[in-house]
Design a protein around this ligand. Sequence first.
Ligand SMILES: N[C@@H](CCC[C@H](N)C(=O)O)C(=O)O
Length: 266
Amino acid sequence: MKIEFTKMQGAGNDYIYVNTLIYPLPNPEELAVAWSRPHTGIGSDGLVLIGSSGKADFSMRIFNADGSEAKMCGNASRCIGKYVYEYGLTRKTEVTLDTLSGIKTLRLHVEDGKVDAVTVDMGIPAEIHPVDLGEGYPYREGIAVSMGNPHLVIFVDDMEQVDLPRVGPVLEHHPLFPDRVNVEFAQVLAPGRVRMRVWERGSGITMACGTGACATAVASAYTHRCPGESDIIMDGGTLRIRWAGEGTRLFMTGPAEKVFDGVITV
Ligand SMILES: N[C@@H](CCC[C@H](N)C(=O)O)C(=O)O
């Protein structure tokens, strides 16, 4: 059976997108693993399914490169906004998206018929609290944040000193996080400018993480490092995050790009 897909990226965080209204996939967990592989698959950070919903305009399911399903993905939600508009699934510029962490509203920024950026209402960040990682770990303190999925933000003075391939997997599996955790390292460069690198749960090092950028902005504000609006600068691009503080909704704005369309046989 042939399946049409679109490879898309948001700030360098790349996923394979399948319109399940046309191609329902019975085994997305296995396909995410096989298709994400760089040499023998398509190569990506994971697989995203676009579907219908009784509660919103569309639905999103997101699978990491190891096949695990996540409840939310910031970069994929922006890319879905571009996909549904540019492939003619909707003419709306305000689109609702049903995710495992609730309904998100996407505002599409359209220029000459193309979506060049999307603002996502990411909802109210939750479970924000400092964590003591304990002795025997490469870092002692972090801030836990839920953006629908779990994050651990660790502030550092010098990003160049972070050995991400070594410490990322250790912290992803820290016993404080029984469901594993996405790990962000953050360095405040100036007021409103934060450099961030990420080790994603289930995918490892990625060039950007949308929910991770949101969690980083939240942790920066929570610790009085950077209140209000901030640019989170990652290896693959920058996201602008607006958050007025605890109990308020957070808005993420950033790019969405198509890489290529393809067909794969299963
Ligand atoms: N890259 C994503 C987050 C994808 C899911 C994450 N790895 C998890 O398991 O929670 C983003 O842009 O938010």
